[in-house]
Design a protein around this ligand. Structure first.
Ligand code: NI
Length: 177
């Protein structure tokens, strides 16, 4: 008898859950359970809504994440790693596991991320700007790192509602995963 698994939008865990501080495990094979995980991550990210989501955020300690691309395409990556980076960007960033708060984080401006896609095929994705920020944020989640660990300065941590309107817009757009 098969297990009944919940498929679809899953609850997003908050930063105080221990799984969000663990190093996630590598996936050995992209099978149907990983594909289902990817689908759940994508649905959960879209429903939030967010710009990305990592498996530990829904309680699964595996190296899997999804990121929304510039044209609203969804990148799904298994065992992702940054293989190339260039430049620096400094900007506000948020996290679905730390709702309502944003802070200033420095990230690479451009990254090339290598990993396996939903079909288990090796891919390299080059991104810059906001999408590159989202990739770096999600990859951090796989190592138990949260954006609050990377603030340029603790004083930059603030509630989204306390930002100026234009900043708020940018920060909400950057309310990552
Ligand atoms: Ni996050």
């Amino acid at each position: 008898m098969g297990r009944i698994e919940f498929v679809g939008v899953r609850p997003i865990l908050s930063f105080d859950q221990p799984v969000l501080r663990e190093k996630a495990k590598k996936v050995s094979r992209v099978d149907t359970s990983i594909q289902r995980l990817i689908d759940d991550l994508a649905e959960t990210m879209l429903a939030a809504p967010g710009a990305g989501l990592a498996a530990p955020q829904i309680g699964v300690p595996l190296r899997v994440c999804v990121v929304k691309g510039d044209e609203n395409q969804i990148w799904a990556l298994v065992n992702p790693e940054i293989v190339k980076h260039d430049g620096v960007q400094v900007g506000y960033e948020g996290c679905l596991s730390y709702p309502g708060w944003v802070g200033e984080v420095a990230r690479y401006e451009t990254v090339v991320v290598k990993g396996r896609n939903r079909r288990g095929k090796e891919v390299r994705i080059k991104s810059s700007g906001f999408t590159a920020r989202a990739f770096q944020h999600e990859l951090d989640h796989l190592d138990g790192i949260l954006f609050i660990d990377r603030l340029t300065n603790l004083d930059t941590l603030r509630r989204v509602e306390d930002l100026e309107a234009d900043e708020q817009e940018a920060a909400v757009a950057a309310a990552s995963g």
